[in-house]
Each structure stands twice: as structure tokens, then as C-alpha cells.
Design a protein around this ligand. Sequence first.
Ligand code: ATP
Ligand code: MG
Length: 270
Amino acid sequence: TKIGIDAGGTLTKIAFWDETNELQLLSFLSSNFKAVKDWLDSKSSLSSICLTGGRAEQLKKFLLSQNDIPYIVEFDATMAGVMYQLKHDGIRCEKAIIANIGTGTSIHIMEADSHSRLGGTGIGGGTLIGLGSALTGTKSYEEMIEVSKKGSRSSIDILVSDIYESNKLPINGSLTASNFGGVALKSIENRTKADYLAGIQGIIGEVVASLCIQSADAHGVNDIIYIGSTLENNSLLKEIIESYTILKQKNPIFLDKHGYSGAIGALLES
Ligand code: ATP
Ligand code: MG
């Protein structure tokens, strides 16, 4: 069996071909390399592994492998995985901005066969679980995203229309003027955990999307591909990113395998 492993800051993702040549994907917490090792040990016919991700070296040490395990640079693996999925899903896209919303967020440009890193932000999936647990006490990712879907951002954020009221609006009134500004300036009410979590999703989606939109404008690109496990089962974050990207006249693209681009890219190299 060939296996690609992306050991990231939070999650270790694995991609491999099964007996029938179907792509299989699974993930473990990067704080639990033991589970990764146990899974690998349970695989009888291991032919080749290729590693990628920021924690690849740590995982390699943990596995105490006799053979040197090949390694591929994270960004190369991610791009290879994105290209593979675009082709597989029949999405035509020659030039795109790519945002990988992992623990933090990394932003790239892909053009033909080349790619380069444009920048990033520390606002990412780690922010969702970190701020989320600080504000609500909820620890589980799954619970956080489920609860956030029931929340309302109306008492959390301040919209442009909240400030301008009946004045002539200089920009779209539905844009957020201040994420979380409402907690200080709107004198109400009982804000629920769901509202706070929805507000955090708003920060992440809007910060990431606006950085991508600005990069797209600067480079004359129309397509923005959003990936990373932070999008896993996270329909609210997708909606926030999608609607903002469309409002700014760019084309948002989401890939089904969200967080697995790096692992798939490593698999293709294995
Ligand atoms: P980086 O690329 O920044 O090193 P990473 O590769 O570990 O980090 P991803 O796996 O793409 O990053 O995304 C991690 C994020 O995905 C988490 O911060 C969290 O928001 C979200 N997430 C999705 N599923 C889970 C899960 N089961 N447990 C914890 N976080 C999860
Ligand atoms: Mg990653």
C-alpha cells in the first residue's frame, strides 16, 4: 500500500489507495502520534510512505523507522493535491488564489504549473477552537460548529448599516463594520454561546476571504480555492466565505476533501 501523511499543527491526515484502488482518507489528532503509529502498524502491506506537513519531522522521530521516510515540502504537496482534486472533479481552473485554512491560514497563488506563497494570517482553525473554548467553555470541534449554526451575529457584530442608519451608505450596508464590536456597543441582551461561536466563525471567514479577495485583485485572478480541515462539516464558515467572495465578484471554489490536499499530494509522491 502507498500512503501519504500530512502531519499538521492540529491534525495528521492520511491518504492511501485501498485494494480496489479507491482513495481512502482518515485523520488523527497530531497530539496522538501513538494512534497514527498503531494504524500504520496494523497495515500489513506497507510499501511506501511519503510525509509532509509542519510536524512531519516529529512524526518521523516518533515512528522510529529503520528506513528513511521520504518527505515533500508542505506547499508542494498541497498544490499537487489541489491539482489532483480539480482534475478529478472536472473543475477548470488555470489560475487561482488558494487559502489553506488549517491551524493558521496560508495563502498562495497557483498559475499553470507553478505556485508561490503570498502570505497568510494567524486567524484560522486554531482560532475557532481556541477563542471558541475561551468564550463558551466548549471543547469539542464538532460541538462548536454544530452550535454555531444556531447562533445569530446580529448582537455580536456591527454592520455598516448599524452605524449609518438612515444616512446615505458609502458602501454595502450589509458588510461587517466591526466583528465583535456589538458586544461593546449594542446594549442588550442575553447573548448565547451559539451567538459567540457564530461571531467567531464570522471573524475567520471574513478575515480569510478579504485577504484572498485583495490578493486576487492584486494579481488579476478570479478564482479562489478554499481548503483546510477548518471547513470540514462546517457549512456556516463555507456560507460566510462564499457569500463574501461572491459579493466581491470573485469565484469561490471548495473541494470535497477540504483538509486532505497535503496528504493526497504526499500520496501522489509516494
Ligand atoms: P497547519 O496546516 O496550520 O499546520 P493542520 O494541517 O493541522 O495545521 P488542518 O488539519 O487543515 O490544519 O485544520 C485544523 C483545523 O480543523 C482545526 O483547527 C479545527 O478548526 C478543524 N478541525 C476539523 N476537524 C477537527 C477535529 N476532529 N478535531 C480538531 N479540530 C478539527
Ligand atoms: Mg496543514
